[in-house]
Design a protein around this ligand. Structure first.
Ligand code: UGA
Length: 429
């Protein structure tokens, strides 16, 4: 099918590449001319495993191209996907101005029936607004359908999640666009659930909030484990073997971050409030998340006492592994907090150092993870990168003034660390 994706961020670019990979003809539109130029010349603006190869392959095959012109995208495709940012506002609600602007642009360019699909994460009832807007601004007075088709990809695993989805959610107001949506997604071999638009929009917010809740739940349990002398890893394993619960997203941490969970939780709480429900359960999820970071910092200052002029090595800056994304990263937040207390930082991340530089200054960026500990008083693990498990522990131990490690991601085994002579503090163990 001929498809257009408006917005070449994480969701738009990966979706475009994966649609092309299964044989659709895809136009990716972005109003950022520099980004489009970069993509046209073979550059990829984000780090996402497997994406570069996929984009190059499909551009060469003539199934994927990039343009700044929304009108061109609308004219040449049957189905237009909106995948633009929906950033948070100071009160927790979502800024829908990009969605509104794109809806107007699509409306202005439509000369025949189109299916307009919202893929951006939006609060319930946004689909109605998009439909109203298109109707108002469509001079040609042609038919159209609005569809809600939320995305469930995780950064760092985006290509994998998109190519092998658990489910495809399609929210519609009439049956007319269903066949086309099924045709688009048939090659992905996933169950397709067709609902009304409001339900589809709610599925996205309810899913992300539930996953955040699951993380806050295990983080709260980790506090109990520390107080009771239990091991949260064993507790999570034991709970996770019940397949009604499941082991995934039960990894305790210094808190969840990123551009999705914190924003979507706030937005879900806000939209609930606007339609008359006080979602206190989710407010508690937020509170536990904030407290988890406080506890971790307290653990550091309880051990190192005064942080002023202490040298601390930090492993990890991205909000999680396999990405260079540092938006709302707990690791960056932690660095800022340690700096505020006067600590001097040496930091490393396998992929996120360039992007971190805009947010985190007055630190030493270290290219080799094994050199981070040099001259430091302690080492902190802030992101769950797999390669940190291969850290040269003996070298780090010798490089530190005292072999102290604070592990915010439980990457190492406490007994083994103790045997190797470390003072090792992790989460809930
Ligand atoms: C999340 C969802 O997992 C996706 O399904 C969704 O499509 C996406 O948001 C979105 O709305 O676009 P993402 O933000 O990429 O994906 O990352 P996650 O893997 O969900 O991790 C989020 C945060 O939770 C990270 O800071 C991670 O380190 C933390 N986390 C995750 C934990 O602390 N413990 C866990 O067990 C799992």
């Amino acid at each position: 099918m001929k498809l257009t994706i408006i917005g070449t961020g994480y969701v738009g670019l990966v979706t475009g590449a994966c649609f092309a990979e299964v044989g659709h003809s895809v136009i990716c539109v972005d109003n950022d001319a520099a980004k489009v130029k970069l993509l046209q010349s073979g550059g990829i603006p984000i780090y996402e495993p497997g994406l570069e190869e996929l984009v190059h392959k499909n551009v060469s095959a003539g199934r994927l191209r990039f343009t700044v012109s929304t009108a061109e995208g609308v004219e040449q495709s049957d189905v237009i996907f909106i995948a633009v940012p929906t950033p948070p506002q100071p009160d927790g609600s979502v800024d829908l101005s990009f969605i509104e602007k794109v809806a107007r642009e699509i409306a202005g360019a439509m000369t025949s029936y189109k299916i307009v699909v919202d893929k951006s994460t939006v609060p319930v009832k946004t689909g109605d607004k998009v439909a109203e807007t298109i109707k108002r601004y469509c001079k040609a007075q042609v038919d159209f359908d609005v569809v809600s088709n939320p995305e469930f990809l995780r950064e760092g695993f985006a290509v994998e999640d998109l190519m092998k989805p658990d489910r495809i959610v399609v929210g519609v107001r009439s049956q007319r666009p269903v066949a086309a949506m099924k045709e688009i997604y048939t090659p992905f071999n996933a169950p397709i659930i067709v609902t009304d638009i409001n339900s589809a929009e709610l599925i996205k917010h309810a899913s992300n909030s539930f996953l955040a809740l699951k993380i806050s739940y295990i983080n709260a349990v980790s506090v109990l484990c520390e107080a009771a002398g239990a091991n949260v890893q064993d507790v999570a394993n034991g709970m996770g073997m019940d397949d009604r619960i499941g082991r995934r997203f039960l990894n305790p941490s210094l808190g969840f971050g990123g551009s999705c969970f914190p924003k979507d939780l706030s937005a879900f709480i806000k939209i609930a409030e606007q339609i008359g429900y006080d979602f206190r359960l989710l407010k508690e999820v937020q509170r536990i998340n904030t407290e988890q970071m406080e506890r971790f910092i307290k653990k550091i200052s309880d051990t190192l006492w005064v942080l002023k002029d202490k040298r601390i090595g930090v492993l990890g800056l991205a909000f999680k592994q396999n990405t260079d994304d540092v938006r709302m990263s707990p690791a960056i937040d932690l660095c800022h907090r340690l700096q505020k207390d006067g600590a001097i930082l040496r930091v490393h991340d396998p992929k996120a150092m360039e992007k971190a530089k805009a947010l985190l200054q007055d630190v030493t960026y270290v290219e080799n993870m094994n050199e981070v500990a040099e001259g430091c008083d302690a080492l902190v693990v802030a992101t769950e990168w797999d390669e940190f498990k291969k850290l040269d522990l003996e070298r780090a131990r010798k490089a530190l003034s005292h072999p102290i490690m604070f592990d915010g991601r439980n990457l190492f085994d406490p007994q083994e660390m103790e045997r190797l002579g470390w003072i090792y503090k992790s989460i809930g163990r």
